[in-house]
Design a protein around this ligand. Structure first.
Ligand code: SAH
Ligand code: SF4
Length: 388
């Protein structure tokens, strides 16, 4: 059981990251009834409550006991930005020098939250700014679900009346920083809570795990939890994919496609409708040519898929450019004519840099700049106004 302790003694159990099964076990372990888990989960996840005193259907005696031994502690927000188009972003501090980001992208009725699973990433894809940061550490289940909790809760700020609070998020994609399948033991309980009717109650079609292709863990995922799968394909042949997504050298396309087929086969009773989302970043002159579209069509012919073209999001010193719009549209046309569902990801939120690891980079730069400024002020003994 992943239990986070507060630095103050006595250590309290952070209930935020516990799935219902684990929370039930925990209540039993403190001599209470199992059903308390569902009650507390509703307060915490559906109503955004972190104060036991507000949990009015729980006796005063139990609330006092909970205050002694437990807490509900979300990750520390160090930066947040709500833009006019409805996009919301957060940067969380998770440990001394570590930050992760979470982005909420609205689209009509849909509100999709893009959640991080690790600080940095070890897989070093050549077009990814998170990869360039290297791997620092896994997030705990509480830090992962904590991103969902904070985002959902942000919609309750102007709704003091609990009865009027409605679930805000409709979709979660594990497409923030990190490779979720390399943090399996924390990602699975967090996704469990996303699906739980006593928590976020999201449908399994609306929780998507995105992987760069950690083949053995894809099989483990299939056996463990039923969620939608997205694969970061990005190249239609091994030579190019070896370069863009280095984990391809370990698990080449033949193995990746076989793992995709196993996932689809496992759910074949699913009205035959399940598809894998293939993500394909559009890099100018690298993977966006007609020959690449033709190879992709051949590669995916027996793997029911929908293809999501992602215009490359440039970052400082990135070795690529975004494909021109006309090139992306021509690529899409070839796939659509071959019978595929092929969408182009909207690049909305660009104004505040909604892309994989980039916001953290900016906030870190800003923090460093203001730290340097504070240090220089302290050294010179001058009294100055803030550089903002
Ligand atoms: N590690 C997982 C999930 C996080 S990355 C994975 O790779 O699937 C989420 C998506 O953003 C992936 O498809 C990734 O390839 C894509 N991505 C990363 N950097 C990008 C960039 N600079 N521009 C556009 N998409 C990017
Ligand atoms: Fe890691 Fe995904 Fe970025 Fe690749 S694209 S470096 S797997 S976060």
């Amino acid at each position: 059981m992943t239990i986070e302790n507060s630095p103050s003694a006595p250590a309290r159990v952070n209930l935020l990251g516990l799935s219902r099964a684990k929370l039930e076990d925990w209540f039993v372990s403190i001599g209470e009834k199992k059903f308390r888990a569902a009650q507390v989960m509703k307060w915490v996840h559906q109503l955004g409550v972190d104060n036991f005193d507000e949990m009015s259907n729980i006796s005063k005696a139990l609330r006092d006991k909970l205050k002694q031994v437990a807490e509900v502690r979300g990750p520390e927000v160090v930066y947040r930005e709500f833009s006019a188009d409805g996009t919301r972003k957060w940067v969380f501090k998770v440990g001394d020098n570590s930050m992760v980001e979470t982005v909420l992208i609205p689209d009509g009725e849909r509100k999709t939250l893009c959640v991080s699973s690790q600080v940095g990433c070890a897989l070093d894809c050549s077009f990814c700014s998170t990869g360039k940061q290297g791997f620092q550490r896994d997030l705990s289940a509480a830090e992962i679900i904590g991103q969902v909790w904070v985002a959902n809760r942000s919609y309750f700020e102007d709704v003091p009346d609990y009865d009027s609070r409605e679930r805000a998020l409709t979709n979660v994609v594990m497409m923030g920083m990190g490779e979720p399948l390399l943090n399996f033991d924390n990602v699975v309980p967090a996704m469990d809570i996303m699906l739980d009717d006593f928590a976020y109650g999201l449908s399994k079609r609306r929780v998507t795990l995105s992987t760069s292709g950690v083949v053995p863990m894809m099989d483990r995922l299939t056996q463990t939890i039923d969620v939608a799968l997205a694969v970061s394909l990005h190249a239609p042949n091994n030579t190019l994919r070896d370069e863009l997504v280095p984990i391809n050298r370990k698990y080449p396309l033949e193995e990746l496609m076989a793992a995709c087929r196993r996932y689809l086969h496992y759910y074949q009773g699913d009205f035959g409708r399940r598809k894998i989302t293939m993500e394909y970043v559009m890099l100018d002159g690298v993977n966006d040519q007609p020959e690449h579209a033709r190879q992709l069509i051949r590669l995916l012919k027996d793997v029911p898929s929908k293809i999501n073209l992602i215009p490359f999001n440039p970052f400082p010193h990135a070795p690529y450019d975004r494909s021109p719009r006309s090139q992306i549209l021509a690529f899409q046309k070839m796939l659509v004519e071959a019978g595929y569902i092929c969408t182009i990801r909207a690049t909305r939120g660009d104004d505040i840099d909604a892309a994989c690891g980039q916001l953290v980079g900016q906030v870190q730069d800003r923090t460093r700049r203001s730290e340097k400024w504070r240090e220089s002020v302290a050294r010179s003994g001058e009294i100055l106004r803030s550089p903002q």
